[in-house]
Design a protein around this ligand. Structure first.
Ligand code: MLC
Ligand code: AMP
Length: 468
């Protein structure tokens, strides 16, 4: 089934006046459908469109319009910096901005998003093209554009709806960024497809979650650990139907505190930008703290050792996790070699995560293979990208970036810097420099000025020596 309409026909038939509530504005289902008419009138024939993905009605109209009209869309992080924005626009070949107007248009025309007359989606010609291109970090280099087809999006959302018994009766609440899989694909597109009301809280604070009175809540582990630290807010979530955690490992104490303070054992799910969500606990199944559940319908998973041989599913033996199924991406834009590196000949995607699987098929994510991919507050950040940015500052001679354990963020980005004699560099200046060049959420939380970096005989930095 293709994502050619916002939802299945029976849902589409009935309008919802408050299908989406965001940034103080309500959008009806008819307005969202009409955004496609407007997108075709204003941008028909465009190959790729950039959307500055702020949590606003403009963004929602732009996303819905592009998706329904079959115009490939590139969400740009709301807090993007100059170098990262230039890279995303150049690499994607975006021809215009739709929706929110950026402070700096970077040479592209800007088209406000609007709703047009009623729209009946045709069978879209461009189904082979990506519906979304989401930029995400690797261990080195600038972010790569992950091409997601409408077929993959639809397959994932339908499988999640089944696992979570997600229905049009739900009111889905979150306050996550609208430029990643979690907030954009699962939160907004999931709601549009299922046909439920969607409420974006602006920021994912405990107070905002408590006030929203939803049935279904999404959060990254940092959000849930802040909720359990606020007993009043946690208590207010009791009437909800389901709390879902994902994007990073939910610490067992946070899981237990959610049970105690909200009355809900959270559902945990696992995935990535490239694969979408592939594994989840289920509403009607076991929710085991520290474990992320079973493969979704249509998804295959396997564990392999360093030689590619199968690893036993005994709940203890660690292997590299690979996944296969209809939710996988269609390659990195303009990067065939990088795409080839992560797929094998039979279509298995190498996730880069290490995991165990027990005899019942339950999965536990143990960690990442590489120390150079950091998860901070649920954001995926490549150490190499931050190192490259910092080396562009005259005060930096050498640098190594790592993720150190952090009670709030899971990992916090820390840069070890050997200062250049050429220029004085204060830690705060370097943090601001990364926030301006890349995005605010990629800034190091801490810069430690050191005399030397630990290196091996070949001169390679020994990052593990920088970890506790
Ligand atoms: C601080 N600020 C600065 C700054 N220092 N601004 C500019 N320059 C500096 N040097 C400002 C910020 O802009 C922001 O302002 C404020 O300080 C707080 O920023 P923060 O510290 O980054 O926010 P924080 O509360 O720590 O964020 C925690 C969080 C966030 C949980 C809200 O990490 C988050 O939204 N995470 C979600 C990530 C996510 O959705 N990942 C999904 C990936 S998809 P202001 O004005 O804005 O308050 C995926 C697939 C899957 O993983 O499985 O789901
Ligand atoms: P991203 O591409 O930003 O979606 O990041 C994907 C990565 O996030 C995965 O490869 C995992 O390392 C991590 N991740 C996502 N969900 C979970 C989870 N439930 N538990 C542990 N790690 C997770």
């Amino acid at each position: 089934m293709l994502l050619t309409s916002l939802a299945s026909e029976d849902v589409n038939a009935s309008d919802l006046a408050d299908a989406v509530r965001i940034g103080g504005t309500c959008l009806s289902r008819a307005e969202l459908n009409g955004a496609a008419t407007a997108a075709l009138e204003d941008l028909g024939g465009a190959r790729r469109i950039a959307v500055l993905a702020t949590p606003t009605a403009q963004t929602v109209l732009a996303v819905a319009g592009c998706l329904l009209a079959g115009i490939p869309m590139v969400p740009v992080p709301a807090d993007v910096g100059v170098a990262e924005r230039a890279h995303i626009l150049r690499d994607s070949g975006a021809q215009a901005w739709l929706g929110e107007r950026p402070d700096d248009l970077a040479g592209l025309p800007h088209v406000p998003a609007r709703s047009g007359s009623a729209y009946s989606p045709p069978e879209l010609p461009g189904n082979g093209d990506a519906a979304l291109i989401i930029y995400t970090s690797g261990t080195t280099g600038p972010p790569k554009g992950v091409q997601l087809s409408r077929r993959a999006l639809a397959a994932d959302l339908d499988a999640l709806a089944q696992a979570w018994q997600w229905t049009p009766e739900d009111v889905l609440v979150h306050g996550l960024p609208m430029y990643h899989v979690h907030g954009l694909v699962l939160g907004l597109l999931g709601s549009l497809r299922v046909g439920n009301r969607f409420v974006h809280t602006g920021r994912p604070t405990p107070e905002a979650y408590a006030a929203a009175r939803g049935t279904l809540y999404f959060g990254v582990p940092t959000v849930w650990s802040r909720v359990v630290a606020d007993p009043g807010a946690a208590e207010a979530l009791r009437p909800a139907r389901l709390l879902v955690s994902g994007s990073a490992a939910l610490p067992v104490p946070v899981f237990d505190a959610l049970v105690a303070r909200t009355g809900h054992a959270p559902v945990e799910r696992y995935g990535s930008t490239e694969s979408l969500i592939t594994v989840s606990t289920r509403v009607d199944g076991e929710r085991r703290p520290g474990w992320v559940g079973l493969p979704l319908a249509g998804i295959g998973t396997r564990l392999v050792d360093e030689d590619g041989a199968p690893v036993r599913h005994d709940g203890e033996t660690i292997g590299r996790l690979e996944v296969r199924g209809p939710t996988l991406f269609d390659g990195y834009l303009n990067r065939p070699e990088a795409t080839a590196e992560v797929f094998d000949a039979d279509g298995w995607y190498r996730t880069g995560d290490v995991a165990v699987i027990d005899a019942g098929g339950m999965h536990r994510i143990v960690g990442r293979e590489s120390v150079d991919l950091i998860k901070t507050g649920g954001f995926r950040v490549g150490a190499g990208e931050i190192e490259t940015a910092l080396l562009g500052h005259p005060g930096v001679a050498e640098v190594a970036v790592v993720g150190l354990p952090d009670a709030d963020l899971g990992q916090r980005i820390v840069a070890f810097v050997v200062a250049s004699p050429a220029a004085d560099a204060q830690p705060a200046d370097l943090i601001d420099y990364v926030a301006e060049q890349l995005s605010v959420h990629k800034r190091p939380r801490e810069v430690r000025i050191v005399d030397t970096l630990p290196r091996n005989a070949m001169g390679k930095v020994l990052k593990r020596a920088l970890l506790p």
